[in-house]
Design a protein around this ligand. Structure first.
Ligand code: ADE
Length: 224
């Protein structure tokens, strides 16, 4: 999978890709992530990429021209499955969307800033608008990092068996069952006997029951 991220703040996106699973996915060659600084695509003085909104109102708006130049350049090099815009008024990210996106080959992610982008960018270039939740961030970069993390870990080969995504919370619309590790007793708090029994069919059944009960208690909306 190839991900091209268009941003005015590439430095904000360096560390998420420099550690842990996303770093390993890049090193294994399973994903390529390319940052594009929007300021490299403007002819204006001071590398200006934003301007006041027509009609008045507080806040700057990212201009269409540098975004057009960047996206058109990328599209002239390869086909893209989706051009995603990170915005609080997009579809809210969930595990099902992440599963679908993990199957794509080439994706562009545009990070909004200030008051957002000129609406004509959304009308002309964007195929999908994604929010990471009902709150407003200063820009789309951290949302893009979260989206990439959720998607990249699902690409076949990124996680090994021990960390398999198949048992994650939200797969099958259930929360994950509780997990325990050594010691089997700590300050009088015991690990459930069943997990120490070695009876794997029974353990599996217990985990399924726990996942169901936890979901009913904490997130009944998932069961609807
Ligand atoms: N940009 C600003 N707020 C955002 C959000 N909640 N999700 C995605 N991108 C954003």
């Amino acid at each position: 999978m190839r991900i091209d991220i268009i941003t005015v703040l590439p430095e904000l996106l360096e560390s998420p890709f420099a550690a842990s699973i996303m770093k390993r996915a890049v090193e294994k060659g399973l994903v390529e992530v390319h940052m594009h600084n929007l300021r490299d695509y403007t002819d204006k003085s001071y590398n200006q990429v934003d301007d006041y909104q027509f009609g008045g109102g507080a806040g700057m708006v990212l201009m269409i021209e540098p975004i057009d130049k960047c996206i058109s350049q990328l599209k002239s090099e390869r086909d893209y499955d989706e051009v995603i815009y990170m915005t609080p008024d997009g579809e809210t990210l969930n595990q099902r969307m992440a599963n679908g996106l993990s199957l794509l080959n080439n994706v562009i992610i545009l990070c909004g800033h200030y008051k957002g982008v000129d609406q004509r960018v959304r009308d002309a270039f964007i195929t999908r608008e994604i929010s990471i939740g009902d709150y407003v961030l200063s820009g789309g970069e951290l949302g893009a990092a979260i989206l990439c993390d959720a998607v990249i870990r699902l690409i076949p080969g990124v996680l090994n068996n021990e960390t398999s995504a198949l048992t994650d919370t939200f797969q099958d619309d259930l929360l994950a069952p509780p997990v325990y590790t050594r010691p089997s007793e700590y300050k009088g708090m015991k690990v459930p006997d069943i997990l120490l029994s070695g009876n794997f069919p029974k353990i599996e059944k217990w985990r399924e029951d726990q996942a169901q009960k936890r979901t009913e208690k904490l997130r009944p909306d998932l069961l609807k």
